[in-house]
Design a protein around this ligand. Structure first.
Ligand SMILES: *Cc1c(COP(=O)(O)O)cnc(C)c1O
Length: 358
């Protein structure tokens, strides 16, 4: 069986050595030594220059906290082509998602269509660096400044991506990331928020810890978004393997390029000046029918790609129905192929030949 992804598992003794530290400390959560160390190591690994990192218990709570602090229950301009959490967090926070269609090749929000969607209720733009491909961050910043809007990036796919020589997490008012088991870098469950502004960082910080200002006082409203020491232990065990993980994944990507005949398949276009992270291997088929046929053949061969992301988020039952034609079209015929540490050349050849037979 070949799934779309497999979690990277560090050698068990490396993980238990980290967990042992938590046992020795007798300290399991509330920003213990392991969480603090992981924050330091990630700051260094990601080359964060202006932004600070705050680790959290998953990649959805930082979206909710950012929206709570910045969107104020208003209209949030967002992309219909992302994981459901991007939209559900908006609705969960009592805000209204306003969908703007995507760019047909980059698959990120089409910045040229943002201004037409702005109303006096708009407070925020929440866009996803989908498949690790950066949004047009300069243009989005210009629009946001002009209309006095906040910018949140869902960077769940963008771990390690740099744009113009700088971590992609340095852009926007806030960027979030997910360290879920299926993501490029993981802590089992986990996530983080990145923010440059010290006052906003302070607000995000207390918001993720019940609003506490010490044991007896409160700065304001909060929730529990804290990462535990066991999660940080996994992160500390996985992080030293990142270069090995990335090398392996690049090899898989180059095998796909070598063996897949691309005449009727389209790959996404990565924005110029991006150092991409091999996070997914999406291919666009000619039609949804063709996709379903290919998927059937792959299934017979025990290969299970995923339809990331289908359906378009405009179709969710709890949003105001709207049309984004490009996102609907792309969602109906995009397939993410298996890509993980340990996938063999033989497997990639086999998957490619099923495609090439179509
Ligand atoms: C995975 C993912 C999330 C949610 O992260 P969790 O850690 O699973 O809560 C949010 N947005 C995108 C784009 C994702 O892929």
């Amino acid at each position: 069986m070949i799934p779309v992804t497999k979690s990277f598992l560090p050698p068990l003794e490396e993980y238990t050595a980290q967990v042992q530290r938590a046992f020795d400390n007798g300290w399991l959560t509330n920003r213990g030594a392991l969480v603090l160390e992981l924050e330091d190591k990630l700051t260094e690994y990601l080359n964060l220059d202006q932004s600070r990192i705050l680790l959290m218990n998953n990649g959805t709570i930082p979206l909710q906290i950012a929206l709570k602090c910045l969107a104020q229950g208003g209209e949030v301009i967002t992309t219909p082509f992302s994981y459901v959490a991007t939209t559900s967090a908006i609705v969960w926070e009592g805000c209204t998602p306003v969908f703007v269609d995507i760019h047909p090749e980059y698959l990120t929000i089409d910045e040229t269509k943002i201004e037409a969607a702005i109303t006096e209720k708009t407070t925020c733009i929440l866009a996803t660096h989908v498949f690790g491909n950066p949004c047009n961050v300069e243009e989005i910043e210009r629009i946001a400044k002009k209309h006095n809007l906040k910018v949140i990036y869902d960077g769940a796919h963008a771990f390690g991506v740099s744009y113009q020589g700088q971590s992609i997490f340095e852009y926007g008012d806030v960027t979030t990331c997910s360290f879920h088991a299926t993501k490029l870098f993981h802590t089992g469950e986990g996530g983080a928020i990145f923010c440059k502004d010290p006052d906003l960082f302070h607000k995000l910080y207390y918001s993720h810890n019940f609003g506490h200002d010490g044991p007896l006082a409160f700065h304001g409203l909060g929730i529990n978004g804290k990462m535990s020491e066991m999660q940080a232990a996994m992160g500390l065990a996985v992080l030293p393997h990142m270069s090995e993980i990335l090398e392996e994944r690049s090899r898989v990507v180059s095998w796909y390029s070598e063996y897949l005949k691309m005449d009727s398949l389209v790959r996404i276009n990565i924005r110029k000046e991006t150092n991409w992270n091999t996070v997914y291997y999406p291919v666009l088929l000619e039609s949804e029918n063709q996709l379903i046929e290919v998927q059937k053949s792959l299934q017979t061969a025990e290969v299970f790609p995923r339809r990331y992301f289908y359906p378009s988020l405009t179709q969710l039952p709890y949003v105001h129905q709207s049309t984004c034609e490009i996102a609907s079209d792309i969602s109906s015929r995009i397939l993410c192929l298996p890509l993980f540490y340990g996938l063999s050349e033989k497997d990639v050849k086999g998957i490619a030949s099923i495609f090439n037979n179509f």
